[in-house]
Ligand binder design. Sequence first.
Ligand code: SAH
Ligand code: TYD
Ligand code: ZN
Length: 415
Amino acid sequence: MITDVRSTAHMPACRVCGQPVREFFDFGRQPVSDAFRDPTDSSAEFYYDLAVGACGGCAMVQQSYEVPRARMFHAEYPYRSSGSAFMRKHFEAFAHHLLDTELAVPDPFVVEIGSNDGVMLRTIAHAGVRHLGVEPSGGAADAARAHGVRVLTEFFQEDSAGRVRTEDGPADVIFSANTVSHIARLDSIFRGVDALLAPDGVFVVEDRYLGDIVDSTAFDQIYDEHFYLFSVESVRNVSRRFGFDLVDITRLPVHGGTIRFTIARAGARPVAPAVDELLAGERARGLAEHRTLDRFAVGTRQARTELVDLLRRLRDQGRTVVGYGATAKSATVTNYCGIGPDLVPYICDSTPAKHGKLAPGSGIPVRPSDAFADPYPDYALLFAWNHAEEIMAKEHRFAAAGGRWIRYVPRVHIV
Ligand code: SAH
Ligand code: TYD
Ligand code: ZN
């Protein structure tokens, strides 16, 4: 029998429906995951309490505390979607799919929420199709503009969406990848979509899937930006609440397990059988139920113990371990597990904006990718495990030179 005092003691109200949320994990104090710091910056880091729970009313899995959005998304926000060739191909293929289907209408118009560096919209722009990215992080928005993408540097919400509707007319498609889950005020998103979407338009949302996170004990998918962890049941419920239907789903093998949710105005489109099939599967396995989420909590604690034991053992044996990929996810791993520069002296990463900075909380320095081979460490801790295929192929010389990869999803192991 698993007991967790906090889970019954702390029952916040659901951000979607107001019913009690039962916490199933508390990671403790965590820094802002993408707040890489200048080594000369001596100001205090911002911390918040990272705890997650499931709503008993609408099944939405969510965090208990909200980091103010301007602390996460601003001109210096360092994440760039185009850092992965695999993701570039993924979004290019989806853009072509949209051009061939939903956008194959007279004078089409597509809006993207959280367009980042234009990884998806650049293909739309090259095709000469009317589009608009809504992206509050100025550096990312400028990177998209350099690719010919039209961007509004604002948060998408009811008023900004209303202005877009007035100036550009209704959108045939509103697309958003890995962003809707970041927005605690989901009502502002749905009201904005309601203001902007054409009567027969679709709102397509791609985000991490709770089912995959639970199955692989991917505890590092939980950090400030991932305020919600979506399931078919919770997305269907929140859609209904705001006058929409979840009409289709597609599971995708990106970012360790993603679902593309297609949402339309209530009654506007038939519901595909895939929705009810996966919904039945979620209910049969009790995806949002205590027993399932408590098992995830046990697996998370076990991963921490095993990972820290392994890193200490290697250090004591005089082996070198370097981190690969200064991901936002790694902030949860390092800060929850207590991994600092004594166990992982630096992290190699391809993102220029992260170079020469210190990873949040842990203070582990970030170096450019070419530092990896200079010299190769004995072991590389793969923080960007969702890009494993791409990275291991790129770094094949590391394994050829006798280097070993350490992974912790779905369990701690050496490859
Ligand atoms: N769509 C890209 C980027 C995901 S990162 C991809 O899938 O790779 C999340 C992005 O959402 C960031 O660029 C962030 O600045 C942006 N964002 C956060 N809140 C937003 C909001 N309310 N409206 C629009 N974009 C937002
Ligand atoms: P990602 O896993 O996409 O997201 P998150 O930060 O939300 O967890 O981040 C991938 C990180 O890994 C990003 O900082 C870039 C880096 N990276 C490399 O250094 N080399 C690579 O080949 C790839 C694909 C990513
Ligand atoms: Zn709820």
